[in-house]
Design a protein around this ligand. Structure first.
Ligand code: SF4
Length: 357
């Protein structure tokens, strides 16, 4: 069966990638098995755990698909106090399950930049063994440099689509070129950088999906987060279904083909998979994904951070999510990776790949 998939990594061209994205039922289990084998060869069986802390749902932007876009009056807006964020980080470190905290919030350029730098410094002081990933959107290079100098290890910034015209339609405040500029700046600064995209945005085609995967490979990202687009009722796209609504296997095909194309990337089983399938993240971990990201946001804030409807675990406490992830991975026979699990592309113990501020 593996002879059906002779290409992976750099030898996977657009021409042989497209048929994989169109694989029919007969080929799917072989595709998933091949992607799982490539994941095992390159990442091992141990699963790095990254705890997500959604510390603010305030956002200045109006991305058309997003439930916390500035124009949506429904979510109660919140900003966690710095002391509460530090306390949550100490709790995560104390549990010794997640080796990374992912600090995620809406995009508020300028307003919060200094406070975020102070927060990174404080968390590093409190929890020196905890890696810090930040995900708060587009910023100028000097701001990224300031956060890196404060102790930020990684940055997540999905480009969402490689189609510049579609990007412009969905993101009134920005351009794909600007998003890619941010990603290049982060890489040049030596920050472990994560990109990624949505699967099934209205207006995309299978060719777009192939180009999204190829753009991830071109950037040689350390982490790549992808997940299904899910229409949110409080957005202008509320009635625009996912392009693959009638072909939900496409979400898992995309993970599998992404693994074949980028064997050394950390690929999380993102939460959106669980919004569509009760075992969505488990399935993603069996067809190419290697990272799990439980929600560590305190329960009072979870319902207010719904980027898409059906987000799981909104009524859980952070501790329950930690226990749940242990149970799920145990059932899959996959151990938890100890420590921060930095990029698989790092050449030494240092997390700085190419410092150039
Ligand atoms: S996707 Fe991000 S930047 Fe866009 S509106 Fe939502 S939180 Fe803001």
């Amino acid at each position: 069966m593996e002879n059906s998939f002779p290409h992976h990594g750099k030898t996977l061209t657009r021409e042989n990638l497209l048929p994989l994205l169109r694989a029919t039922d007969a080929d799917l289990s072989a595709l998933y098995a091949r992607a799982d084998a490539v994941r095992r060869e390159n990442c091992g069986d141990a699963v790095p755990i990254r705890a997500i802390l959604e510390f603010s749902n305030v956002c200045a932007n109006d991305c058309l698909y997003c439930g916390i876009r500035a124009s949506n009056p429904d979510p109660i807006r919140y900003q966690m106090a710095a002391a509460d964020i530090r306390a949550a980080a100490r709790q995560i470190a104390g549990e010794e399950i997640a080796g990374t905290i992912v600090l995620q919030a809406g995009e508020t350029p300028g307003a919060s930049d200094d406070a975020i730098a102070a927060l990174i410094r404080d968390i590093k002081t409190d929890c020196p063994a905890l890696a810090i990933t930040l995900s708060v959107g587009n910023r100028p290079r000097h701001v990224y440099a300031r956060w890196r100098d404060a102790g930020m290890d990684r940055y997540l910034l999905r480009f969402e689509t490689s189609d510049a015209a579609l990007f412009a339609r969905l993101h009134p405040a920005g351009t794909l070129a600007e998003r890619l500029r941010c990603l290049r700046d982060l890489q040049a600064l030596g920050v472990q950088t994560g990109g990624g995209f949505m699967i099934g945005l209205p207006g995309e085609t299978v060719e777009t999906l192939a180009d999204n995967i190829l753009l991830c490979r071109e950037f040689d990202f350390d982490m790549i987060g992808i997940g299904p687009y899910i229409p949110h009722p409080g957005t202008p796209l509320s009635h625009a279904p996912n392009v693959y609504a009638d072909d939900p296997d496409m979400f898992f095909r995309a993970i599998a083909v992404l693994r074949l194309a980028t064997p050394l990337a950390h690929i999380p089983a993102t939460t959106a998979f669980d919004a569509l399938f009760s075992d969505g993240r488990d399935r993603a971990l069996q067809c190419g994904a290697n990272v799990f990201m439980p929600n560590a946001t305190p329960r009072p804030y979870r319902r207010a951070y719904q980027l898409y409807p059906g987000k799981p675990c909104v009524d859980e406490e952070a501790l329950n999510c930690s226990r749940c992830v242990q149970h799920r991975l145990h059932t899959l026979g996959r151990p938890i990776a100890p420590g921060p699990s930095h990029s698989l592309k790092m050449k030494s113990d240092s997390h700085v790949l190419n410092p150039d501020s």
